[in-house]
Design a protein around this ligand. Structure first.
Ligand code: C2O
Length: 348
C-alpha cells in the first residue's frame, strides 16, 4: 500500500540520522514543524496566476530584488511560524533524517525517507510548490516563481553571482569557499577534479546526456526504486537523483563544517537558499525527461500515485497532497522558461 503522510504530532520519536553531532546539529524534535489541529486536502487553486520559473543566471536586477525580499521576509517571520525560513528548511530535515515514522501507515518503528527511491521527484516538487507560494504571498506577487539553477548549460555552471553578496538574504556563509566562482563538476565525489574549465563543461554535458538519456530509459531508472508503506528506506535512487543531484549538493557544501553543511547534508540543505534553485532545476529535469517522449512516462503504480505528504501553505494551513496531483506542472500553475538544452546534443 502507499506510504501515508506522516502524523506530525508524532514527529521526533526516532533518533535523527545522517550527521555527526556538532554545535549546530539538531537533536530530537528540533526539525519538527508546529502541530496543527486540522489538515486540509489539497485542491487546485482556482484562477491561479500562471508562473514561469526563470533561469537563475538570467535574472534581471529587479527579479533578484524580489527574490531577496521574499527570502528576507521568510527569515523575519516568528520562529514558530511554519512559513519561517528555518521552519521551511526543517521540512527537509524532518522528511530526510528520520524525524517522521511511518506510524500513519501502521509502521511506527520504520522511518520515512523520501530520498533514494521513487518518492524523490514528487516530494521535492511539492516542497518547492508550497515554498514558492509562500514567497509569492510574502511579497504580494502571485507571479513570483522560483528561479532554477541552470547547471546543465555552460553559462549556468557557476553559483549565480548574487548568492555571494554578503548583505543579501540569499547569502549563506556555509558553502565551499573554493567553489564560489568555480565551474561546477556535476560528477563531484568529494575531490576537485584536475581538469580545465573547458573540460569540466564538456564533462558536465556528457553527464547530463548520460543521466537523462542513456541511464534513464524507463520510469524505474529515472524515478528510482519502489518505496511503499512498511518498506525500509533506500531502495535505490533514480539516475538524476544520483547524479547530478547529489554531486551538486556535495560540491556546494562547506568542507570546513563537520557534515558538509549546509547543502551537503539532508538536515541542513534547506538552510541554503541555493537549495531551492538547485531543486527547481532538478524538478525541471522531470519535465524535460517526459518531453523526450516514448517510454519517458510517469509511473502508473497506484502506490506511487497515492503516496501522500503534508506541507504548510502560505496561509499556514496544513495541507495533505498526493503524488498523483503533481505530475503536470501546468496543473500546478507553473512552467519553466524555455532555454537551450545543449546536453541533448552531447551524446558521447
Ligand atoms: Cu532532498 Cu536535494 O535533496
Amino acid at each position: 500500500s502507499p506510504l501515508a503522510a506522516p502524523d506530525i504530532s508524532k514527529c521526533g520519536t526516532l533518533p535523527l540520522s545522517g550527521f555527526k553531532p556538532g554545535e549546530d546539529t539538531p537533536t530530537g524534535g528540533d526539525c519538527c514543524p508546529p502541530d496543527s489541529s486540522q489538515i486540509l486536502d489539497f485542491e487546485f487553486p482556482k484562477n491561479q496566476t500562471f508562473k514561469v520559473r526563470p533561469a537563475a543566471h538570467l535574472l534581471s536586477p529587479k527579479y533578484i530584488e524580489k527574490f531577496n525580499l521574499a527570502i528576507k521576509r521568510m527569515k523575519e517571520l516568528p520562529a514558530d511560524d511554519p512559513r519561517n525560513f528555518l521552519q521551511q528548511a526543517h521540512i527537509h530535515c524532518a522528511y530526510c533524517n528520520g524525524a517522521y515514522t511511518q506510524s500513519s501507515s501502521g509502521f511506527p518503528d520504520i522511518e520515512i525517507q523520501i530520498h533514494n527511491s521513487w518518492l524523490f521527484f514528487p516530494f521535492h516538487r511539492w516542497y518547492l510548490y508550497f515554498y514558492e507560494r509562500i514567497m509569492g504571498s510574502l511579497i504580494d506577487d502571485p507571479t513570483f516563481a522560483l528561479p532554477f539553477w541552470n547547471w546543465d548549460t555552460p553559462a549556468g555552471m557557476t553559483i549565480p553571482k548574487y548568492f555571494n553578496n554578503e548583505s543579501s538574504a540569499l547569502f549563506d556563509p556555509k558553502r565551499n569557499q573554493s567553489h564560489l566562482q568555480a565551474v561546477i563538476d556535476l560528477g563531484y565525489n568529494g575531490a576537485d577534479a584536475d581538469t580545465t574549465d573547458v573540460e569540466k563543461v564538456t564533462n558536465n554535458l556528457a553527464i547530463m546526456y548520460r543521466q537523462m538519456v542513456t541511464n534513464a530509459t524507463d520510469p524505474t531508472s529515472f524515478f528510482g526504486g519502489e518505496y511503499r508503506a512498511g518498506n525500509e528506506p533506500i531502495s535505490g535512487g533514480g539516475s538524476v537523483e544520483q547524479s547530478p543531484h547529489t554531486p551538486v549538493h556535495r560540491w556546494v557544501g562547506d568542507t570546513r563544517e563537520p557534515n558538509g553543511e549546509d547543502l551537503g547534508n539532508f538536515y541542513s540543505a534547506g538552510r541554503d537558499t541555493l537549495f531551492y534553485c538547485h531543486h527547481s532545476n532538478v524538478d525541471r529535469m522531470w519535465s524535460l525527461w517526459k518531453m523526450l517522449g516514448g517510454k519517458h512516462k510517469d509511473i502508473t503504480d497506484e502506490d506511487w500515485l497515492n503516496t501522500s505528504f503534508v506541507f504548510y501553505d502560505e496561509k499556514k494551513n496544513l495541507v495533505r497532497v498526493y503524488v498523483k496531483d503533481c505530475l503536470f506542472t501546468n496543473q500546478l500553475g507553473y512552467d519553466y522558461q524555455r532555454v537551450d538544452v545543449p546536453w541533448l546534443k552531447s551524446k558521447p
